[in-house]
Write a protein that binds this ligand. Sequence first.
Ligand code: MSP
Length: 514
Amino acid sequence: MSENTFYLTTPIYYVNDVPHLGHAYTTVAADFVARFRRLQGRRVHFLTGTDEHGQKVARSAEAQGLSPREWTDQIVPRWTEVWDALDISNDDFIRTTEARHEKPVQSFVSHLHERGQIYLGSYEGLYCIGCEAFKVPEELVDGKCPLHGIEPEVVSEDNYFFRLSEYAGRLIELYETNPRFVMPEPRRNEVLGKVKAGLDDLSISRVSFDWGIPIPWDPKHVIYVWVDALQNYVTAAGYDSDEAAFRRIWPADIHFVGKDILWFHAVIWPALLMALDLPLPATIYAHGFLQVGGEKMSKSKLTGISPHDLIETFSSDGYRYFFMREVSFGQDGNFSWEGMAARYNSDLANDFGNLASRVTSMSVRYLDGVVPGRPDGHELGPFERDLRAVQRRAFEDMTRAIDDLALGEALKAVWSFVRRGNAYVEEVAPWALAKQVGARRRLEVVLYELLESLRLLALMTAPITPRAADELWSRVGASGSVHDCVYERALAWGGLAPGSQVRAGPPLFPRIET
Ligand code: MSP
């Protein structure tokens, strides 16, 4: 693991079309982890970008009557818009058509060539443009690619090959000795089984079209789009362009990918790195696939929903929370409007939103919105002690879950504290204390505990619902932005400064009428 920088990546997306829910899923997950690590005080480098070469993109351009470059320049903003709308906090965005990528890719393959890892051969195979990959007949269903529903094309040409087959032994050893290299575990077993069955050399160039990076010593060939694309993880980190940055950033701590592209990341990518004696990423995490209403997303069936449609209704916070909480990370999941509205209303509008609005409005009503003095130890009863203990445990559980990339579990842990907060309100009934003679200090103590709970909740929810968290942070009178905090210091109980001004406001998560 790189010591200084926590480096995490999403796949770079094909710009043959605009983003859908599946693409946004990978990116939101990576953003959740990136924001959490920053709050832990880690120096984070979070990379995403676009995969712009290859036949799939070239054909989309052609269908629009545009050159591939005109097309990609036009469509890339449609992707960055969605990332902005989802509050994605990437530190860099790489396009594979940038010079900072293309040049180092050429030197990477030249080094492979110099080391005798590449040879010229001829190939005949079935190529699926949807996958941008050759398929063996056993992978097809009724002659079609099961992922894309199209018949692969017969390709027969002279290609350069990478000696992938020579790496099987080292890869097997890698999976066996390092259980975190491919996660989650069932995926690791799958990859291990397939590699044990044997590896073929990999065709890494094409001559029948030219939308790609030329092979430097034989420019009528362009580099196979996957070999070009995988290298974004090192070129964006400074490989062959900025030695110091590369040393600081590489290797990656996590490559987030969908299960459909695990093979490229867990087999081809480490073999390419091994061939140049470059350090390997620590973890490749393959998540499951999303469906819409139980079906594969497809434009023709109206299941190809744009993230914008959901953000309009549920806000970016609601969007981020729903997909991370509802789908068990690593497994397949389903989106439906009803399911999303139900989850949003119960967890965000009711549990979290109501707690925030009850506590801030009672503080305004009973204390003129001024944060009271911190309770002394002797002022704490069993309810307060339990509230604090639940918060500590919730944060420990959250941290452990994120370390294990059990992202939904991390949110369940945070919500155990949300629920405890709501239960505490019922137990201490501030509205009754407000009417009771001689109970003023007790009222202050319970409202301090509750305001402090909200401050801690703002910190704990900052990685998943960054807007609401920052708003809550300022409503309870904390200073600065929640996103500039570091957990170790900020999470100590009692951080909320007495005398600060509390504000009530509109619901953080307005209820959705179904
Ligand atoms: N360009 C390649 C990746 C190169 S990375 C060096 C690619 N692009 S993609 O745009 O087709 O897909 C990118 C990501 O979106 C993949 O991780 C894929 O798994 C994910 N998803 C696409 N559809 C999905 C769902 N329906 N559900 C969840 N994720 C899905 O592959």
